[in-house]
Design a protein around this ligand. Structure first.
Ligand code: C5P
Length: 238
């Protein structure tokens, strides 16, 4: 059994652009001297079980990312492939590029979660080996409301007990055969999901949850980069 990693990194990062003077997508922004993407690649490259990492980027970014992969000493494990117009398409392109057996494991990780740690990656691999499908999830601490959108905002329609809620993070891991089947079914049905688990769940597969942490944040909005910088400084102090 081999472990492959897919890192979708072809997003445009429009939510971030509002608060930053740069037009660079968020996965290429600088975090304490290194591009965000490089942190994510390094974390996976450090895990001995990981055989190779496929990073999906926009065609125009391929030369720059290939150069960075080389200059940060990651060329042995990392392959750059072309992404698509949605996250799902980017993952599907990478999935096509990697040659895996049905019982191999594929982990998918957002490029914009640079603070993922090797221990959480290893726990996810173990959970996929045991259950066939597993994601990192963060138990909800806030009270969760279901709402109906209105012209003025929203009206609450229900309170969902928070013990039933986890916020899906990444990595999300699956047996390769199962993931390929679920992607083919989603493509045939025209279904688009915001994560891989939702694509696999609709194929009737149970997906286990591994405990995540608030530090594995997704850099999405202005302010997130500063928060990641703070978490990073705490980590290097330890
Ligand atoms: O924009 P969103 O928060 O969904 O992005 C999650 C991840 O998916 C990011 O790492 C982003 O670069 C990636 N993505 C992609 N291809 C797209 C859109 C997003 O690889 N077309």
């Amino acid at each position: 059994m081999q472990v492959f990693v897919i890192i979708p990194a072809a997003g445009l990062g429009t939510r971030m652009a509002a608060g930053h003077s740069t037009s660079s997508p968020k996965q290429f922004l600088d975090l304490d001297g290194l591009p965000i993407l490089i942190y994510s690649l390094r974390a996976f490259a450090q895990v001995p079980e990981v055989k190779s990492i496929y990073v999906a980027v926009r065609k125009s970014e391929m030369p720059r990312v290939e150069a960075q992969v080389g200059s940060y000493g990651l060329a042995e494990k990392v392959w750059v492939v072309e992404g698509g117009d949605s996250r799902q398409e980017s993952v599907a392109n990478a999935l096509q590029a990697l040659k895996c057996e049905d019982d191999d494991i594929v982990l998918v990780h957002d490029a914009v979660r640079p603070l993922i740690d090797p221990a959480t990656i290893s726990r996810t691999i173990d959970a996929v080996a045991k259950h066939g499908a597993a994601i990192v999830g963060l138990p909800a601490v806030d009270t969760i409301k279901q709402v109906e959108r209105t012209a003025d905002g929203a009206i609450i329609t229900a309170t969902i007990p928070r013990e039933y809620i986890v916020q899906a993070q990444t990595p999300q891991g699956f047996r390769c055969g199962l993931l390929k089947r679920a992607f083919a079914e989603a493509a045939a049905d025209g279904f688009t999901g915001t994560d891989e688990a939702s694509i696999v769940e609709r194929s009737g597969v149970s997906v286990a949850v591994v405990a995540g942490s608030a530090t594995n944040l997704k850099i999405t909005q202005p302010g997130d980069l500063e928060l990641a910088g703070f978490y990073l400084s705490q980590r290097t102090k330890r």
